[in-house]
Write a protein that binds this ligand. Structure first.
Ligand code: CTP
Length: 413
């Protein structure tokens, strides 16, 4: 599946204070046109040059200006905001913002976000030519570029030309089209879409096993965790087939959803996805809460109340989809990840499932705490032969992004 590089990508744009801030509005427009989702942070100095209203109107999202605003923090905390993004762009990046980021100073929302993010940062510097050439600024930029991993900053511009202050030289912010091209390059690069060319099959939600045409057996899975995983894998470039039981969720952008109802339909859809024309899948993440049993002999008409008392239901076991995928032979995905929903002895039960089902990883889920339908989740990742990795309670979106990043690392290694 080829996708436009910016379609469905999440860009956090930090607008600093400088005359070039007006160009940030055009950048937002171009990003939106290319299909990206854009959220913005406006610094106090930035708000001297563009209004929050313009950014809100162009992004369709509230503009974040304050580190300590309860309304903002409850909607999406600043740490979550910094992780939400696929890329953080600072335009204009002023000498002050660059200095703060290079020295780990976090005294407002913009600088705190830059320190907290686990994504790459693209700087579009804009300042007076003397300032740009000052050794302090040069050292700060070099320092930011040199930080390892995701944190190494990329820089676009500045351009040379006549400046608002009347002087001439490098210091003008790069044009929005050039910043857009730099964003595309970063998102298409090895750090941006590490799962490009990979096919992932994700199961999510409950299954529904009919008793008769109007009744059935099901469970309380909301599908939120599985949908978030499908979205996070797609954001890293994977082609994702989401095999979903009945849930009330929209399909994430760029994900192919296959609706199923029963466990056997889910198994058939997973088999079809594993054997699709474009070859076997690389990754399977089985997060669905598959009903263990189905009713033997589904009634063709509605079962009526009868004087003899309630009917008795005879149950038969459903196929274990995860075990089947793990044992699929030639079409077995290289990485098979299962879930273990447990109320007691998480580690022992999850490890037992890991070997019984023959998968590679198990995401252990303590369902004694509220999980079903919640926005957050506490999980522990168990790998074959590896130490248990306990992740703190965090949003399901965050769990998904972390899992997708772990999967990308696995394929990189
Ligand atoms: N699973 C599956 N097919 C089934 C049952 C479970 O693919 N028929 C998968 C789930 O998607 C999950 C993993 O197996 O990835 C474990 O599911 P869980 O409900 O925790 O385990 P069960 O096998 O049902 O075991 P038990 O109910 O005894 O805990």
């Amino acid at each position: 599946m080829t996708q436009a590089p910016l379609s469905g990508r999440k860009i956090l744009l930090i607008v600093g204070g400088g005359i070039a801030a007006y160009k940030a509005l055009e950048l937002v427009r171009l990003l939106k046109k290319a299909g990206s989702e854009v959220r913005t942070v406006l610094t106090a100095a930035g708000a001297e040059f563009v209004t929050p209203m313009s950014l809100a109107a162009l992004t369709g999202q509230p503009v974040r200006q304050d580190l300590f605003l309860p309304e903002d923090e409850t909607a999406m905390g600043h740490i979550e905001l910094s992780r939400w993004a696929d890329l953080v762009v600072v335009a204009p990046a002023t000498a002050g913002l660059i200095a703060k980021a290079a020295n780990g100073l976090a005294d407002d929302l913009a600088s705190t976000t830059l320190l907290a993010t686990d994504k790459r940062v693209l700087l579009a510097p804009a300042m007076n030519v003397r300032m740009w050439e000052h050794p302090a600024v040069r050292a700060n930029v070099e320092r930011l570029k040199g930080f390892d991993g995701f944190h190494g900053a990329a820089v676009v511009g500045p351009d040379e030309g006549e400046m608002a202050c009347g002087e001439f030289g490098p210091g003008r912010m790069a044009e929005p089209a050039a910043i857009l091209a730099a964003i595309e390059g970063l998102l298409a690069g090895p750090g941006g879409r590490p799962l490009a060319e990979r096919h992932a099959v994700v199961t999510a939600g409950p299954t529904f096993e009919p008793i008769d045409p109007v009744r059935g057996l099901t469970n309380r899975s909301s599908g939120k965790q599985g949908y978030a995983i499908a979205e996070a894998l797609a954001a890293l470039g994977a082609k994702v087939t989401l095999v979903s039981g009945p849930v009330a969720l929209a399909a994430p952008a760029g994900v192919e959803r296959v609706w199923v109802e029963t466990a056997r339909e889910m198994q058939a859809a997973v088999d079809a996805a594993l054997n699709s024309e474009d070859g076997a899948a690389d990754i399977a993440v089985m997060s669905a809460a598959v009903a263990d049993w189905r009713v033997d002999g589904v009634a063709s008409g509605k079962i009526k109340k009868a004087p003899g008392g309630p009917p008795s239901l005879s149950l038969i076991e459903n196929p274990d989809i995860l075990a089947g995928v793990s044992a699929a032979g030639k079409t077995r995905p290289k990485l098979v990840v299962g879930f273990a929903a447990e109320t007691t002895d998480l580690e022992a039960n999850a490890r037992a499932k890991l070997s019984r089902k023959g998968c590679d990883w198990i995401v252990g889920n303590d369902v004694s705490e509220a999980v079903f339908g919640e926005e957050s989740n506490t999980v522990t990742l168990f790998t074959r032969g590896g130490e248990a990795e306990r992740w703190p309670r965090q949003s399901k979106a965050e769990v998904a992004r972390k899992l997708a990043a772990r999967i990308a690392d696995h394929f990189r290694a």
